[in-house]
Each structure stands twice: as structure tokens, then as C-alpha cells.
Design a protein around this ligand. Structure first.
Ligand SMILES: [Zn+2]
Ligand SMILES: [Zn+2]
Length: 1009
């Protein structure tokens, strides 16, 4: 007997597929041999450069499976393009600053808000804590990447908080400043009272930020000045905005009604009279008069809270339109009363209406959105808490009509979930609205792969609002704007060197481009000689990451790597990174160009039940924890195979270990089966490609069929990768491994390998060449998705057979389909063959005839074309169906109506099988039943397929079975690779390790050695 496999050897394949062990070994191999580093050298003689910039994960949490899914897509693209001969700067990057990180640190420090943070912690220590936190999470991310097999270059990572990055980000602002696209001014922004900062309009629309909330539904009335009993009827869900009310608006062309209700007259849109009256429960009313909106314009009303908000009285003296009615087209006549109250300090449209008329903006709020003393009695009250107070004040003044509750969707902060408040604040803006046509032109040239996210992205870009980039926070890129305290002159300084050179006082050694250090730099005003101080803002973190194609590279690198070839991130990035990248690039270049050619948006990853993963539900799957117990290859394959990238994916750990395992395990076992047989016959694969062409003339139909199928698999798989349909791409590989190779091809050639006859050695060598070529090709195709398994097979099968191969599978070239190997005639013939084979299987199933039992005859009644095809591959047909003879007819013969016959049909093809078995067939059937058990026992005992057993013993068969079997002992010995098979009456006749089996309900014993 030959030696059993040596399980300790690094170059051997264990009898079963153990992905966790294998992945650990391969990880060590990659590290020890610096495979990743060597790939970096490929830039020297590459086919071309495909630019890449990492969509930087925010270092404020532990990576979970949703992140893993996106990172695998990036890695697939990288490995695939690298094998195609391109160089890709697949370098990591980390998003380090901004609110998400600040909030994480605040939580760790146990601080509730910004004021407390400044008092208890202070800026300097806070910045230190932020840096500690990002380093902590950085380690988590690197570990997760390592386990997942992400071949990203961690050494060349960019960090968005570093001075050199910030300086280059500043250059983009400088370009905006030069083009008059950077402006300061009052503007209504969405403001989060919890985070105490404004949000960009992109952030307001984030996934899940709209929540159903309960608010007051308030009908109130403002009295027409100097009238006896005339009122404007108005509706709002935000009573606190009555404090900042300065005007009413009507639609100038709409019809308004004066409605008599008791002894009062209410003014509202004519079309709203009935629905509003119904809602108010008022049945007795009459319309006294109608009038067009423009005739109401200019009407003054008595603002009812002047006595408790003295500032409101003062405002009336500042501008003639304060507390008057104006006409505006945006007034909606389909809801409420068609009379809208305007609070320019709290609403965007209101703000612009006031701006256009020069009406002063009244926004008496502090940073916590509490009213200041300008709001009179409301001084110190949080805006939303003022709602009930305002309602009571209106009631006292006969201004309240009705108050109830209403539920509606209202935007909340995407981070802290506080209800957002719209506030007029002094902010800095990028006037991206002025660039909108260029931005849309650029966006139109991008490849998105799927229509839905494309439409979503374009629709968002079309809004084209100015981008509020200033944030009243600490840990971020400082806005590099200095303002003169004397004359108001502004100066943008976009370089550290310039700052140090121009600083009024010497800059200390630990100076870095962050608060508080940068705030201490003062400059001299070149206009008036006064002192200039920095504007106390940091930048929107999306501006920070959106600068990456410029900021993470040097100028020379930008030349080489931008535009970026391919990016992929979550669908939420339509409003995030995809947007900020595009805007900043258009600002920087002034051209209608995108910094990236293609953007694949990914769907969200949810739990097995389709729920969003969240800390509160406890259903978050952390990458590293998962990969301690599960295989990275399996996860990668499973996630990509399960659904299209844009689909929402329900991650199910149970599913992971079923089909995906079967596919990878089958590839593993096929490779091992090939290796063991090939080694036994001393197969030398050197240049198996040229070997293939040498044996081209001797190829058998199954070989031709397999090679032809392989070509279409290569082509279709590659095409699908190109359009990011990873799921259907992998379906092609799965089908090839499970069906084409394992279920169909190997059974056709297995018997030919099952001998060591020197006369057939050449044929065996031919089969090895085919299997070698096919399996190696498939292993390469799998590499982008299952890099560990591919590397393991590459090392342990292909490099073992041919040490002259490249050091790693990653250095191999991507397989190309070979048209010469295509053979449609053979493929068609095999389609017919397999169809007929499965019909025979169907008849066996009906008659409960095991496939191992040989049958005497099959009759095929089919059109001539089918019959001719089948005749050409008759030997295979008989072998696959395990039938002794075939008969072909056009008409079904009468005798098949007998009771022994069973049939199955599909279309015009009918097959008939006789279930009658004579002694010979019974004997052979029994032999095959027993042989199957011996095969299983061989495997169990660790024999490799090429090992030859000394003896097989079978004991305690009854007399009838013994008689049936005797004629088949020699055939059985060949089938199970044993020198001889012995029959015994009782187990006592020979000393052996017996195994008990049930064969046809009778106990039988088998032993091997
Ligand atoms: Zn917030
Ligand atoms: Zn000045």
C-alpha cells in the first residue's frame, strides 16, 4: 500500500475542506512573502493605470458586515483588474474628523452637550481624545480587512485630519474663493439642537432621518389693523415660529374669501373654506365677499404678542413691510388656509421672501436653540418648548381658533435624532448652485450600472442648493478664513507655511492645523493694519472626504490617478461622498468633469429577518467576530452570490454554510481528486496549454464539450464582472463547478482514471491535461471572490506540480476565452445526451431501480435528429444510464406496454426502460451496492483514490447472494482498487476490523486493508 497523505505538509490538501485553517495559513504566506507589496511593483510594466481613491470609512465604530460587503466589492475589482494587467493604487484611507467622531468621544467622556464639553474638557484635550479614538477604531478596521482578505495597501493610507491633507483640502477652498463661490452670509440652515451645529441640506435628507413625530396643529388668527372684527386665518405645526413672525403671505392670483363666522370675518383662500370649516367643526358661516390675493397685499395686521416681545414692536419701525401681507407664488392653496405666516428667521422660503424685500431677519436664538432676551418673555426657553406657551398667549389674546395634535413626517438629526430646527445663522457657503449645469453635465457622463440609484443621484443633484460648509464644532478641518476686526477685510490662507510666515506672534512648535492652535494665529490686515482673527468654524466633514482625489495625492499622482476608474459605496452616499467628490472637483477644475468614471451604489445590509442592523436591536454582525468562526471566503462568496449589489441584502448565517460551502468544497475536492490521480501517474503539467494543443486530435467528445463550456464560462463571467453583476457572475462559476464539472464531466471520465494500466496511460495523461487546464482556469476566475481558496489551490496543486509558476495566484493573468476551443455541435449533442439521461433517471425513480443497478435495455423513441445524435455518443449514454443496450425507434413498439416497462418523456422524446432483472443483472447490482460501501470505507479510513488495497473481505452473505456475486469478484476488485476480493461464510474466518451494513435488508460485513 502506498503512503497515506501527510497532513502536516504545507503543500498538502487535507481530506476535507477546512477553510478556517487554510485561510490562516494563506494569510501567513501572503505576509511572509509580501505578496501585497510585490503587487505594488507591478506599476513598472502594467498594461495601464486605473485610478482609485478609497471611500474613507469613518473611524467612529467597529466594522460590521455591511461594511464588509462593500469592501469585498472593492477588493474583487482590484484583484480582477490587477490580473488583467492593470495597476490600481488600492490604498486605504480613513475619515477621521467631524461630528460622528466628536459624538463618539462625547459619549466616552460622558458629556451631554457642547457647552459642557468646553467647560469640563476644553478643546486641547478634546482633540487628543478624538485622536485616541480614531486610532482605536483604526486597529479594528485593519484587523477586519486582514481577516476578510482585503488586499488594500494599509501603509499608504491617507488620514483626513493630517496637516498635509488639510492643506490640499484648503486649496480647493482657495479655488472657490478665487471664483467667488465661497460666501459668508445669513442663511436658513437645518440646525440640530443636540449636536449644536448646522447640517447641510444633503444631511437633512439622509436615509431614516425622517421620523413620524407628533406636533401641535394650530389654527390662529391675526387681526387686520384698524378693522373692527376682520382676521386672517392661519395654520401652523410650529407655534414657536409665531415669536419670529414678521409677515403674512398670500398667493397673488388666488381667490380669497371673507367668511362671516358669528360676528367676525375671517380671510382665507376661497377653495379652502369648506375643508377648513369642516375641520374646525363650524357649520354656520357665509361667504360675504371674494377678492384676489394681490388686493390684500400691503394690508397691515396687529401682531398679537408685541406686548411681551418688545423687539417685535421695534421691528415695525425698521421696515414698512413688517407685519404686513405680501404676495408670494410659493403659497400652497391645497392645504391649510392659503394664508401663510412668514418667519424669516426659521424658514428657508420665508427667509428669501424677506431678503428680496430687505426686511430684517429676526432670529433671537443661541447655540442651544434657546430664545435670547430679544424674544422678551420667552428668553431662555428652548424653541420647541415654547410651542405650548405661545398657544396659551394666543388664547389670552383672542387669537386662538383651534389647537389639536397631528402626526407627520419630520426631519430629525441623522446622528442624534433630535428634531431639527430651521434657523437663520451666519454661515459660509459654497455657491454650488451657480455650478449646477456643469455638475449635471459631469454627472451625466458617469457609469452607475443600475438605473434606480442613478435617477436618485441625478434628482438630488438637480436640487442644486448652495452648500453650507461651516460647522460650529471643534474636531474638523478649520475654515482658513481670517477677518479683520477693524475693517472686516477677509483673507483666505491655504498654506501652513504662509500662516507661520505671516503670523503676528511666533507660532509654537506643536502648532497643527486644528483648533485651538490655529485660532491663536492672528494676521495683520493688509488694508488697514488691524488684527485679523480666524472665523470660528470647521468644515463639513463631507467637504473633508470629498477633497480626497486632490488631497490624498501629490500633483504628480493626481495626473496619473484622476479621474478615478471605479468607486463603490452605500446608496446613502448619493447625498454624501458621491456628491461632495463631484462638487469639489468641478470647483477645483472649473470644468464639467467628474473625478470618477463609475460609481456603484450598494444596497443596505440587514439582518436575516430583513430588519435594519442597529445597536438597540442587538443584531449587528461585527466583521472580526464573525470571521473568528466563519470563513472569509465563504462570507465573500455568499454575500456576492446572494443578490445584486444594489439590492438590500438580508445576511443569514445559516444560509452561509449551505450552498456557498457546497460550491467551494466541491471545487476543493475536485482539485484534490485531480491532484491525487495526476501525481500517481507522474503527470507533468509544464505548459499544459501547449500540451492541450498537442493532444487536440485525441480529445474525446466529453473533453471537447468541457473545454467548449469553459470558454463560454470565462467570457460570460468576465462580462458580468464588468457590469458589477456579481451575483449572476458567480452563478456561472457555481454552475460550472457543480454541474458541468462535478455532476457531468467527472462521472464520464472517472472510470478511465480508475486503472493503472500502462496501455491507457496516454489517455489518462490527456485527461489530466484537460482537468489541469480547466481547474486552474476556474481557480483563477475564483480568485477575486475567494482569494484564500484560490491561493491555497494554486500553491498546493498547481505550484506543487510546477514550481516554476508565479509566486502567487495574484500574479497570474486573467483567463481569456479561446475561440478555437468552442464547439457548438458537441455542446448541442451533449444537451441531447443529458436530456435523455435524465429521462432514464426519471424512469428508474418511478420503478424504484437504483442507479447502481445495471438494466438490460433502454428504448428511445425520438425524431431522427435526436436518435442520430445519441448514436454518436452511445457508449457514454449507456455508461451514464447504466444500461446494457439501447434501441432506437420512430414508433413505440407494442411490447413495451407490458408490466415490466416504465417510461418517461419530454417533448418528442420518449424513453422506455425494462425493470426486469435476471441473475446476471442482480449479481452485478449487488456487486455495485457493495462496491459503493467499500469506496465509502476507503475514504473514511483515509486512503487516497490512488492507493491500492491488499484485500477486501465480505462476510455472512446468504447463499443466494453469494451465488449471484461470485462471477463479479474480479470486476469488483478493479472497481474498488483492490488486489483481491474474498467472500467468507462467517466473520470468524479472518481477523479484521469489520463494518456492518444492511444490504437488501440483510446484515453483511465488510473489511478492508
Ligand atoms: Zn444631532
Ligand atoms: Zn482691516
Amino acid at each position: 500500500m502506498t503512503a497515506k497523505p501527510n497532513a502536516d505538509s504545507n503543500l498538502s490538501l487535507t481530506p476535507d475542506y477546512r477553510p478556517l485553517e487554510l485561510e490562516k495559513e494563506i494569510r501567513e504566506f501572503w505576509e511572509k512573502n509580501q505578496i501585497r507589496e510585490k503587487l505594488e511593483l507591478k506599476i513598472e510594466n502594467c498594461k495601464g493605470i486605473l485610478g482609485y481613491v478609497e471611500g474613507p470609512p469613518t473611524l467612529n465604530g467597529i466594522p460590521h458586515i455591511g461594511h464588509a460587503r462593500g469592501r469585498v466589492m472593492k477588493d474583487i475589482r482590484y484583484r480582477w483588474k490587477t490580473m488583467q494587467g492593470y495597476y490600481v493604487p488600492f490604498w486605504a484611507g480613513w475619515d477621521c474628523q467631524g461630528l460622528p467622531v466628536e459624538l463618539e468621544v462625547e459619549k466616552l467622556l460622558g458629556v451631554k452637550n457642547k457647552r459642557e464639553l468646553m467647560e469640563r474638557v476644553g478643546e486641547e484635550r478634546f482633540i487628543e481624545e478624538c485622536k485616541k479614538v480614531i486610532l482605536k477604531y483604526h486597529r479594528e478596521w485593519v484587523e477586519a480587512d486582514k481577516r476578510l482578505g482585503i488586499a488594500i495597501n494599509q501603509n499608504k493610507a491617507y488620514w483626513t485630519y493630517r496637516d498635509e491633507y488639510i492643506e490640499r483640502e484648503w486649496q480647493i477652498l482657495e479655488r472657490a474663493w478665487e471664483q467667488n463661490l465661497l460666501e459668508e452670509g445669513y442663511y436658513v440652515v437645518a440646525y440640530c439642537p443636540g449636536c449644536q451645529t448646522s447640517l447641510s441640506s444633503a444631511e437633512v435628507g439622509y436615509e431614516g432621518s425622517y421620523k413620524e413625530v407628533e406636533d401641535p396643529s394650530l389654527y390662529f388668527k391675526f387681526k387686520v389693523a384698524n378693522s373692527h372684527n376682520e382676521f386672517f386665518l392661519v395654520w401652523t405645526t410650529m407655534p414657536f415660529t409665531i415669536i419670529t413672525d414678521t409677515m403674512l403671505a398670500v398667493h397673488p392670483e388666488a381667490e380669497y374669501a371673507k367668511v362671516k363666522v358669528g360676528d367676525e370675518t375671517w380671510i382665507m383662500a376661497r377653495q379652502r373654506v369648506e375643508p377648513v370649516m369642516q375641520e374646525l367643526g363650524i357649520t354656520k358661516y357665509t361667504i360675504a365677499e371674494t377678492i384676489t390675493g394681490n388686493r390684500i397685499e400691503g394690508t397691515k395686521y396687529d401682531y398679537p404678542l408685541k406686548d411681551i416681545i418688545p423687539k417685535q414692536a421695534e421691528l415695525e419701525t425698521k421696515h414698512a413691510l413688517v407685519h404686513k401681507v405680501i404676495g408670494e407664488d410659493f403659497v400652497d392653496l391645497n392645504t391649510a388656509t392659503g394664508v401663510v405666516h412668514l418667519s424669516p428667521g426659521n424658514g428657508e422660503e420665508d427667509f428669501w421672501a424677506a431678503q428680496r424685500r430687505g426686511v430684517p431677519i429676526f432670529a433671537p436664538f443661541d447655540d442651544e436653540v434657546k430664545f435670547t432676551k430679544d424674544a422678551g418673555v420667552f428668553n431662555g426657553v428652548f424653541a420647541r418648548d415654547a410651542d405650548t406657551l405661545v398657544v396659551e398667549e394666543l388664547r389670552c389674546r383672542n387669537a386662538l381658533v383651534k389647537v389639536s395634535k397631528t402626526k407627520h413626517e419630520y426631519p430629525t438629526c441623522w446622528r442624534s435624532h433630535h428634531k431639527l430646527v430651521w434657523l437663520a445663522r451666519k454661515e459660509y457657503f459654497l455657491r454650488t448652485d451657480k455650478l449646477n449645469s456643469k455638475v449635471l453635465e459631469a454627472a451625466d457622463k458617469i457609469t452607475y450600472y443600475f438605473d434606480e440609484p442613478k435617477n436618485r443621484f441625478i434628482a438630488f443633484l438637480k436640487e442644486g442648493k448652495p452648500w453650507c460648509i461651516s460647522r460650529e464644532r471643534i474636531w474638523g478641518t478649520p475654515l482658513p478664513m481670517w477677518t479683520c476686526e477693524k475693517c472686516g477685510e477677509k483673507r483666505l490662507v491655504a498654506s501652513k507655511k504662509e500662516l507661520i510666515a505671516d503670523a503676528l506672534e511666533k507660532v509654537p512648535a506643536n502648532f497643527e492645523l486644528h483648533k485651538p492652535w490655529v485660532d491663536r494665529v492672528t494676521l495683520k490686515c493688509q488694508k488697514c493694519g488691524g488684527t485679523m482673527h480666524r472665523e470660528d468654524y470647521v468644515l463639513d466633514t463631507w467637504h473633508n472626504s470629498g477633497a480626497s482625489p486632490h488631497a490624498r495625492f501629490s500633483d504628480e499622482e493626481v495626473e496619473k490617478f484622476v479621474p478615478i476608474d471605479f468607486l463603490t459605496e452605500g446608496i446613502d452616499q448619493t447625498r454624501g461622498w458621491a456628491n461632495s467628490l463631484l462638487l469639489e472637483h468641478v470647483i477645483l477644475t472649473g470644468k464639467p468633469e467628474s473625478p470618477y468614471r463609475a460609481f456603484l451604489f450598494q444596497g443596505l445590509t440587514q439582518d436575516a429577518k430583513g430588519r435594519k442592523m442597529s445597536k438597540s436591536l442587538g443584531n449587528v454582525v461585527e466583521t472580526t467576530k464573525l470571521l473568528e468562526k466563519s470563513s472569509a471566503d465563504l462570507c465573500r462568496f455568499y454575500m456576492m452570490r446572494k443578490c445584486a449589489p444594489i439590492d438590500f441584502m438580508n445576511f443569514d448565517l445559516q444560509e452561509l454554510n449551505r450552498r456557498s460551502y457546497q460550491v467551494l468544497s466541491t471545487l476543493y475536492h475536485l482539485s484534490r481528486f485531480f491532484l491525487q490521480n495526476a501525481e500517481f501517474d507522474g503527470f507533468k503539467p509544464a505548459a499544459s496549454q501547449s500540451k492541450l494543443s498537442k493532444i487536440a486530435g485525441t480529445l474525446q467528445p466529453p473533453d471537447q464539450w468541457l473545454l467548449s463550456k469553459l470558454q463560454s464560462a470565462i467570457k460570460e463571467y468576465t462580462d458580468k464582472l464588468g457590469v458589477c453583476q456579481f451575483n449572476s457572475a458567480l452563478a456561472i462559476l457555481e454552475d460550472f463547478v457543480i454541474d458541468t464539472l462535478s455532476r457531468l464531466y467527472v462521472p464520464m471520465i472517472r472510470k478511465e482514471l480508475w486503472t493503472d494500466d500502462p496501455e491507457t496511460l496516454q489517455r489518462r495523461q490527456a485527461i489530466y491535461a484537460i482537468l489541469h487546464f480547466t481547474l486552474k482556469t476556474i481557480t483563477l476566475l475564483f480568485n477575486p471572490v475567494t482569494p484564500y481558496l484560490s491561493e491555497a489551490l494554486y500553491q498546493k496543486v498547481y505550484r506543487k506540480l510546477d514550481p516554476k509558476l508565479s509566486e502567487s495566484v495574484n500574479f497570474e493573468s486573467w483567463p481569456e476565452p479561446n475561440e478555437k476551443m468552442r464547439n457548438e455541435t458537441v455542446e448541442d449533442a451533449f444537451d441531447t445526451l443529458f436530456k435523455c439521461v435524465s429521462l432514464v433517471y426519471a424512469t428508474r425513480q418511478q420503478a424504484k431501480l437504483k442507479r447502481r443497478w445495471p438494466l438490460s435495455k433502454v428504448i428511445v423513441a425520438a425524431p431522427e435528429k435526436v436518435v442520430n445524435t445519441l448514436r454518436n455518443v452511445e457508449a457514454l449514454f449507456l455508461e451514464l444510464t447504466n444500461v446494457k443496450a439501447a434501441e432506437y425507434v420512430q414508433q413505440v413498439p407494442e411490447y413495451v406496454a407490458g408490466e415490466n416497462w416504465v417510461s418517461a418523456s419530454e417533448g418528442e422524446v420518449n424513453v422506455f426502460v425494462s425493470g426486469h432483472r435476471d441473475e446476471k443483472l442482480l449479481g452485478e447490482g449487488l456487486m455495485r451496492d457493495l462496491a459503493r460501501r467499500v469506496q465509502a470505507l476507503r475514504k473514511e479510513r483515509g486512503y487516497v483514490p490512488t492507493d491500492i488495497l491488499d484485500a477486501v473481505h465480505i462476510a455472512e452473505l446468504d447463499d443466494e447472494s453469494t451465488g449471484l456475486l461470485e462471477a463479479y469478484l474480479q470486476e469488483m476488485a478493479e472497481l474498488v482498487r483492490a488486489k483481491k476480493v474474498y467472500l467468507h461464510r462467517s466473520r470468524g474466518e479472518v481477523e479484521a476490523e469489520w463494518c456492518e451494513y444492511q444490504v437488501d435488508d440483510k446484515k453483511t460485513y465488510v473489511a478492508i486493508h
